[in-house]
Design a protein around this ligand. Structure first.
Ligand code: NAD
Ligand code: UDP
Length: 346
């Protein structure tokens, strides 16, 4: 195994994207420490990471909104950089309960930044989102496209971007990379880690997986009259392992950059909902029943990234295809029909 003396803190590292990033960092020889309050993830993730990589990340159950605990956590380790995944990500819940989303996402980030400054850890990668873009006037979406989120979740991400901009202006010692993810999907090819949403999934892939599994009788496709080739919405789905590797490239970039930079992480290709259904049927060998329903409020018709800035400056490019995404999502689903299950006590 390669070695690299750097220790990277992953906040929210037991979550979906954080766990896949932990695997890529450990495989590259980094030391990994995770702070997570386990509000949307399971401790079982850690042993799965160990099975894949042969290395167990350090773990502290810390809520980032507890500044004192966070500070104690930083005292225990020495970090070279922080990748800040922790946050609430549900668009629907952010609409019904905006205060929870704002409280969690903003306070976590502010306390994290304060503690990082106090401990002189000034290298940060932040999990941004394509939801910060307004309905695009031009496609593909470049980093300088017009911004304008239309839900509290997206606005919390925009607010954090503004906080990070102010921080970077106030002190040039900070090195900050904002990664705007498009639609992360799929799972690790081993089927050991993947997306494990609680309750009824609101996103396309986990819902589709449950329809294929027979948990739900059909997929409801939200809208069939968009101005797209087949009338359904188009998104830039990116395999979560490609996305995780993007963080590895960004860590290298931190060493040679200054100030703040923003990158889209997407494939640059859009697929319609019907195209995804077809690809999932091919990967699973299962016919997916679906019906068309009303448009979902707030959905934009077409979103896909221009990822060329990341390609040029990070030296990163997504490699996996929509077929890989479906194959790995289905592999995870069949191997973990109930998501992560806690091991029974011996
Ligand atoms: P996730 O919910 O699987 O992971 C987030 C993790 O953060 C969870 O393990 C949760 O327990 C933890 N957490 C939440 N609040 C915390 C707090 N106050 N203190 C400590 N830990 C806390 O989500 P994910 O899909 O892995 O997303 C990671 C990041 O990427 C999030 O910031 C999300 O907004 C962003 N993002 C995700 C997507 C996506 O589709 N998954 C798209 C764009 C951006
Ligand atoms: N979608 C759908 N049925 C579902 C979930 C999603 O038709 O049960 C559609 C949704 O309208 C969007 C696409 O699938 O066009 C991707 O939705 P998702 O929520 O996964 O991502 P986002 O809309 O946040 O980009």
């Amino acid at each position: 195994m390669k070695t690299n003396s750097k220790n990277i803190l992953l906040t929210g590292g037991t979550g979906y994207i954080g766990s896949h990033t932990a695997v890529e960092l450990l495989n590259a020889g980094y030391h990994v420490t995770i702070f997570d309050n386990l509000s949307n993830s399971k401790i079982e993730v850690l042993s799965r990471i160990e099975i894949i990589t042969g290395a167990m990340p350090e773990f502290e159950q810390i809520d980032l909104r507890d500044e004192a605990e966070l500070s104690k956590g930083f005292d225990k380790y020495s970090f070279d950089a922080v990748i800040h995944f922790a946050g609430l990500k549900s668009v629907g819940e952010s609409v019904t309960n905006p205060l929870d989303t704002y409280e969690n996402n903003l306070l976590s980030t502010i306390y994290l930044l304060k503690v990082m400054r106090k401990k002189a850890v000034l290298n940060l990668i932040f999990s941004g989102s394509a939801t910060v873009y307004a309905i695009p006037e031009t496609l593909p979406i470049k980093e300088n496209n017009v911004l304008g989120a239309d839900c509290p979740y997206g606005r919390s991400k925009l607010m954090i971007e503004e906080i990070l901009t102010d921080l970077s202006v106030s002190d040039p010692e900070w090195k900050i990379q904002i990664l705007r993810y498009f639609n992360p999907v799929g799972a690790h090819p081993t089927g050991l880690i993947g997306e494990d949403p609680s309750g009824i999934p609101s996103n396309l892939f986990p819902y589709l997986s449950r329809v294929a599994q027979g948990v739900y009788k059909e997929l409801k496709i939200f809208g069939s009259d968009y101005k797209t080739s087949d009338g359904t919405c188009i998104r830039d789905y990116i395999h979560v392992v490609d996305l995780a590797k993007g963080h590895l490239s960004t860590l290298s970039r931190l060493d040679h950059s200054s100030g703040m930079e923003i990158f889209n992480l997407g494939t640059g290709h859009g697929y319609s909902v019907l195209e995804v259904v077809k690809a999932y049927e091919k990967a699973s060998g299962i016919k997916i029943p679906y019906i068309f329903t009303e448009r979902r409020k707030g959905d934009i018709p077409i979103s896909y990234a221009d990822p060329t800035k990341a390609e040029h400056l990070l030296g990163w490019k997504a490699e996996k295809t929509i077929d890989d995404m479906c194959k790995d999502a289905w592999n995870w689903q069949t191997k973990n029909p109930n998501g992560y299950i806690k091991k029974k006590k011996e």
